[in-house]
Design a protein around this ligand. Structure first.
Ligand code: KG4
Ligand code: ZN
Length: 330
């Protein structure tokens, strides 16, 4: 059994966690910067980087103390090395390098998306490769085939906004504040999903990609007409999002022979309407549906430590001069 320290700092969550190779999270801390960014209606990179620099080191000391471990008890130190807001990524990666250098413990540079992609296997031991992954977060909207550690085949991606971004922008238009996803979902519960005619961009197209910019503009126009209740706009937006996801999944997966499981990850996976639509989609196709616990869906360090554990098990580590990458497709 090995122990991996995971560090996450690519967006607006500072997080550290200790995870064992046999899937136990032995200590974890997470600090959200939501309040720091809320006045600006979105994440401000400079503020994010400063907050990570302030919070990360004491947080790592706390998880190590809670688990009563010394650095040389660790088997690897895994940090998000991209993609993300580069100032924040550098804070996390440089901290990991310093700890690795001081202790001689191997460094593992993790692609944040790989963290999301593998996190369902931390929660569910029985989830075997391959599986289809719908990754829906504030920065990403992709469908991937996860065929093994380091073996990811991208089937679809967004040509403009990510779905979480569309939720956040809809929330802003409706005056719901940041982050928008949970607020839009809450308001949608009181609305009629058929009340407002909204587009389903790319639905029906044979190219398995996503587009949400047009949907966001249509939400803005619906709000501007003052003819609709906000709750109806929220519910109709959410329904349009669900319809896009299901159509795009259909196009992406139809040609693939064996897809035993559909897994959803990323912050938008917290949305219950989306979860139950995906569950129905998987049921219809006799696929297993796997949604990790909410705390593992949104950004966290346990998923980074776990991706480190999976990479370590396949004999991989990275040099101390590994460069942080603002863009890093999986
Ligand atoms: O994975 P995540 O924590 O961070 C990124 O890597 O982006 O995802 C955050 C995104 C935000 O856009 C947020 O509005 C969205 O996930 N989100 C939701 C819900 N909870 C969070 N979107 C829809 N419904 C929700 N309940
Ligand atoms: Zn994320």
């Amino acid at each position: 059994m090995g122990i991996i320290l995971g560090i996450e700092s690519s967006c607006d969550e500072t997080a550290a966690a200790l995870v064992t190779t046999d899937r136990r999270i032995i200590a974890q801390r997470i600090a959200s910067q939501i309040e720091d960014h809320a006045p600006y209606g979105g994440v401000v990179p400079e503020i994010a980087a400063r907050a990570h620099a302030e919070k990360l080191a004491p947080m790592i000391a706390e998880v190590m103390a809670e688990a009563a471990l010394e650095l040389d008890d660790l088997d690897a130190i895994a940090a998000t090395a991209g993609p993300g807001l580069i100032g924040g990524v550098m804070v996390g990666l440089v901290s990991a390098k310093a700890l690795a250098m001081a202790s001689g413990v191997p460094l593992i540079a993790i692609n944040h998306l790989e963290g999301h992609a593998l996190s369902p296997r931390l929660a569910d031991e029985s989830l075997e490769f391959p599986y289809a992954l719908l990754l829906v977060s504030g920065g990403h909207c992709q469908i991937l085939m996860v065929e093994g550690v380091g073996e990811y085949r991208r089937l679809a991606t967004t040509i403009d906004d990510a779905l979480g971004e569309a939720f956040d922008k809809t929330a802003k238009i409706l005056g719901l504040g940041y982050p928008g996803g949970p607020a839009v979902e809450k308001l949608a519960k009181q609305g009629d999903p058929k009340a407002v005619p909204l587009p389903r961009p790319l639905v029906g197209s044979g190219e398995p990609h996503f587009s949400f910019a047009g949907l966001k503009s249509a939400v803005l126009r619906a709000k501007d007409t003052s003819q609709h209740e906000d709750a109806d706009i929220a519910a109709s937006f959410q329904q349009a999002a669900v319809d896009c996801l299901l159509d795009r999944l259909r196009v992406s997966l139809d040609d693939i022979e064996k897809v035993p499981a559909l897994v959803v990850a990323g912050g938008v996976a917290a949305n219950q309407a989306i979860r139950s639509a995906l569950e129905g989609f998987a049921d219809d196709r006799s696929m297993r549906f796997v949604a990790p616990p909410l705390a593992l869906c949104t950004d966290n360090a346990a998923m980074i430590a776990w991706a480190g554990a999976e990479r370590l098990a396949s004999g991989q580590s990275d040099p101390l001069d590994f460069v942080a990458k603002p863009r890093w497709p999986l």
